[in-house]
Design a protein. Structure first.
Length: 143
């Protein structure tokens, strides 16, 4: 049985067509559930000082339609910094998660959520020398 030129051309054309149809195309990802938001860089961080004696410092205003996830927090010296969502205490400064031995917040692996439309605040309930410093970090996600 001989193969004609027509058959060879047809086989080659089918092979090329099959190759193009099976070749990979550009991948496009779509978020499922909560999506990281706030533009190209949803990360945020802040630092500041809070006087001893129960004074508050506003750290961050969380936009409506977003939540802020706190991943890390640290403070200097002998301080106890409470975290508030508006006027509601969400983490006490003397808690295991907030002290210097914390493996979560100290390593940036925390996951405390602050709801949209509220202000994240820090309150220093103790400390030496009148003023203590804090550093806080996290990221925004869309609700």
């Amino acid at each position: 049985m001989q193969t004609s030129r027509f058959q060879l051309g047809l086989i080659a054309t089918l092979a090329v067509g099959l190759g193009f149809s099976l070749s990979s195309s550009e991948a496009v990802g779509y978020p499922v559930g909560a999506a990281v938001s706030m533009g190209a860089n949803p990360l945020w961080s802040n630092w500041g000082e809070v006087s001893r004696g129960g004074t508050y410092s506003d750290v961050l205003t969380v936009p409506d339609g977003q939540v802020a996830v706190i991943t890390g927090f640290s403070s200097n010296g002998d301080s106890a910094m409470d975290l508030y969502q508006g006027d509601i205490l969400v983490m006490e400064g003397n808690s295991d998660a907030m002290n210097g031995q914390s493996s979560l917040f100290g390593d940036g692996k925390g996951g405390l959520v602050v709801e949209g439309g509220t202000v994240l605040r820090v309150r220093n309930t103790k400390g030496c020398c009148g003023t203590n410093y804090y550093y806080i970090q996290g990221y925004f996600i869309q609700q």
